[in-house]
Write a protein that binds this ligand. Structure first.
Ligand code: AMP
Length: 126
């Protein structure tokens, strides 16, 4: 079910629990601003998730409220994770689902990194 992005941040969402180390994840990267791990249900040969360490529900929340250093740190982390995964030369796709129409399911901002094969249609037919 998509989330309601107008709700306040839920400290018990699954990615908050991953950040606190309460549930396991296959971590690939961590710095002051971001944490990255393998998606549990990969949709491509490489499917990574990058999340900010701050308490942000969505892209909307983060882009409105995060500090400049949090935004810069997070964007740099997304690029670094993709580079470290060897995706810069072949290319990759980024995706951030937001709210109901975006079909966001976890209420902590996450950017998907997809790679490892050729992608075609950006959005499948409805
Ligand atoms: P979204 O629809 O953008 O909110 O995507 C949520 C993503 O989180 C999905 O691709 C799920 O497979 C992934 N996911 C959910 N729980 C976990 C988990 N415990 N570890 C890794 N990925 C997860």
């Amino acid at each position: 079910m998509p989330i309601d992005p107008s709700l306040p941040y839920d400290d018990n969402n699954i990615f908050a629990r991953i950040l606190r180390g309460e549930i396991p994840s296959r971590k690939v990267y961590e710095d002051e601003y971001a944490f990255a791990f393998h998606d549990i249900n990969p949709q491509a040969p490489v499917h990574l998730l990058v999340i900010p360490k701050g308490r942000y529900v969505s892209w909307d929340d983060f882009s409105a409220k995060a500090s400049d250093s949090e935004i810069a740190g997070f964007v740099r982390a997304v690029g670094e994770v993709a580079r470290q995964a060897g995706l810069s030369e072949p290319g990759y796709r980024l995706l951030a689902n937001m709210g109901g129409h975006g079909h966001q399911e976890v209420p902590h901002l996450h950017v998907h990194i997809f790679g490892g094969r050729q992608f075609r249609a950006m959005i499948p037919p409805a």
